[in-house]
Ligand binder design. Structure first.
Ligand code: ATP
Ligand SMILES: Cc1cn([C@H]2C[C@H](O)[C@@H](COP(=O)(O)O)O2)c(=O)[nH]c1=O
Length: 190
């Protein structure tokens, strides 16, 4: 059984929905701890996202990585205590969203080197058109990235992750399926 599970993908792919379903399923047998990225620095980051400047990619990458590094402490503790940890978003989001600003990938790898990587990460893959439709139906506040042109670039970066991290355990899941089907596929890999 994998101890640290990442759920990632573009906005509206269904990450929170699947994270909840997986949590409910695993809780029948295990102690489960769910984390979400970003967390402690979320408000600062979301506010900053709208202020575009030449340095935005670097600044946002630093902020997301700092938020993740802060969460590393609790993450380590929970894993040591025997929890199964599910993370709604992972470092792979930074390697997909912030790389649209053409930042230096080796620099990003360097600042991410102390981040604990999930044992397995599921990238929920969906067309940006379908994701936007889901986001609009959900009808909540939209972040800066929740627009077609941006999500197309971000999705392309998610699809390149296996080339960037050939050693990592990354699985792509067709997120256009029904939530229960997605859940069953995920469970089959754990
Ligand atoms: N497999 C699915 N089929 C149809 N609708 C779905 C599916 N998964 C999620 N949804 C719906 O799509 C909307 C977005 O889902 P959810 O909030 O889980 O996505 P998310 O990836 O966590 O989004 P965000 O990154 O914007 O927080 C919700 O209204 C949810 O009910
Ligand atoms: C972790 C992470 C997130 N983002 C972006 C993606 C979303 O637009 C927002 C908020 O996340 P949510 O899961 O949709 O609530 O932040 C990012 O650009 N880089 C990251 O590393």
């Amino acid at each position: 059984m994998k101890k640290y599970i990442g759920i990632d993908g573009i906005d509206g792919a269904g990450k929170s929905t699947i994270t909840n379903l997986l949590k409910n399923h695993l809780e029948n047998k295990y102690k489960v701890y769910v984390k979400k990225e970003p967390d402690q620095l979320r408000d600062i980051i979301l506010e900053y996202m709208d202020n575009n400047s030449d340095d935005s990619g670097y600044i946002l990458a630093l902020l997301f990585t700092a938020d993740r590094q802060i969460q590393n402490i609790e993450l380590k503790k929970r894993i040591e205590e025997g929890y199964i940890v599910i993370s709604d978003r992972t470092l792979y989001s930074t390697f997909s969203y912030q790389l649209i600003y053409n930042i230096d990938i080796n620099w990003l790898k360097e600042i991410s080197k102390y981040i604990i990587k999930p044992d397995i990460t599921f990238i929920l893959d969906i067309s940006p058109e379908d994701a936007i439709e889901r986001i609009e139906k959900r009808g909540e506040y939209k972040t800066y990235y929740e627009r077609l042109g941006i999500l197309n670039k971000v999705r392309d970066n998610f699809l390149k992750l296996k080339e960037i991290f050939p050693e990592d355990n990354i699985r792509y899941i067709d997120a256009s399926k029904k939530p229960e089907e997605i859940l069953n596929e995920i469970i089959s890999y754990l």
